[in-house]
Design a protein around this ligand. Structure first.
Ligand code: MG
Length: 377
């Protein structure tokens, strides 16, 4: 099989409302889609959601870099995923989100040629997957309302974005707990843990203070993601040693080299793998293997992808039992869903994978017609 044509799409999806995290606010999912066509009539699809504040890529830089990446892949065999990914990395280090959209389309093609759903192509089985739902930074009152709504919808875990300052963040946590306690005095919500995410927003002193204070809230805090800046591995290790809340690396973990360093320094309890940081499934598999070998369970996370990339993420998670947490809720914030096929959310949070070969998801042709595109052939 040979790659004959690659089409890049500007893939914009409006949000229901702006989303705020400690790094900033986004008002639109400005994603990119990659369509890879082959001489055997098979087509692969991949999506990247460049979250510039984390990965340093924008939709515009991704589409520009993507044109060069596409030219490198023309004429290659897409089943040679390792060879293709290596060519992209050698030519243009960085740009992990853009690379991940190509990597995803290659896996889609390889699994389609093998006539297997992607999870089976990756050597795994279909497992029950359940996502959490995220509460974004807002007033304590508004975040508390969101927590009650999410619990009522049957969530298994509530992810809470923090990372502003100690007082406001502690107020937010107390407001959430108080609202749930007032609504459910029998404490039925105790089996739905909180997952904190500061997105690098705290100093290690602030992180220590907030995570110490959470001990006085009588509720399980499953972990805290990325309390401090990306480079501060030693502070992650210190917070882990304090032992108030298990620590998860997100922005400190892009690729397998980062994973090795985090293991060597005993810095974290958990890894948050995102295809948009790792450059795709090829590298994500390495990260998970390092985590599994070191006794570090992983989460699969997302940026602001549509159900197309979220489906690829879910296949990866299903195929690797060391992925124990799913944070695949990006499309909950999208005002429209142009994806055909793909994962379905049963009872809001339970993820059902498709059985079709490959990723099993495409974007509606009608929606694609109005997306700006570039064809490389
Ligand atoms: Mg995070």
């Amino acid at each position: 099989m040979k790659i004959t044509r690659i089409t890049l799409y500007r893939y914009d999806i409006p949000l229901k409302a702006p989303i705020a995290i400690s790094l900033g606010t986004i008002e639109h999912a400005r994603n990119m889609l990659v369509q890879i066509d082959t001489d055997e009539g098979l087509t692969g699809w991949g999506e990247g959601s460049p979250f510039w504040m984390i990965v340093g890529e924008t939709q515009a830089s991704g589409l520009a870099a993507g044109g060069d990446m596409a030219r490198l892949l023309l004429g290659r065999d897409p089943v040679d995923i390792g060879g293709c990914v290596d060519a992209l990395v050698r030519y243009l280090p960085g740009h992990p989100t853009t690379r991940s959209s190509f990597d995803m389309a290659l896996y889609d093609l390889a699994a389609k040629q093998a006539n297997l759903p992607l999870y089976a192509y990756l050597g795994g089985a279909k497992r029950p997957l359940v996502t959490d739902e995220t509460i974004y930074i807002n007033t304590p009152e508004r975040m508390a309302e969101d927590a009650v709504r999410i619990y009522e919808q049957g969530a298994v875990a509530i992810k809470i974005k923090l990372g502003t300052n100690a007082k406001d963040d502690i107020d937010r946590l107390y407001a959430i707990e108080k609202a749930l306690a007032a609504t459910y005095p029998e404490r039925s919500y105790y089996n739905v843990p909180y997952r904190l995410d500061a997105n690098q927003g705290w100093s290690h002193v602030t992180a220590s203070e907030v995570l110490y204070q959470t001990r006085f809230i009588d509720h399980q805090f499953q972990y805290c993601e990325q309390p401090v800046r990306r480079a501060e591995i030693h502070h992650l290790a210190k917070l882990k040693a304090e032992g108030n809340v298990p620590i998860m690396a997100d922005e400190s973990l892009f690729d397998a080299q980062d994973a090795l360093r985090l293991v060597r320094e005993g810095a974290v309890d958990y890894f948050n793998i995102k295809l948009s940081k790792s450059g795709g499934i090829w590298e994500a598999l390495k990260i998970n293997t390092i985590g599994e070998t070191a006794g570090i369970p992983c989460m699969i996370g997302c940026m602001s992808e549509s159900r197309l990339a979220l489906t690829a993420n879910a296949h990866f998670a299903s195929a690797r039992p060391n992925v124990v947490f799913c944070d695949l809720d990006a499309c909950f914030e999208h005002a429209l869903d142009p994806v055909e096929g793909g994962i379905q959310y049963r009872n809001h949070y339970h993820i059902d994978l498709p059985d079709a070969p490959g990723i099993g998801a495409t974007v509606e042709p009608e929606f694609l017609k109005q997306c700006e595109k570039v064809i490389i052939a």
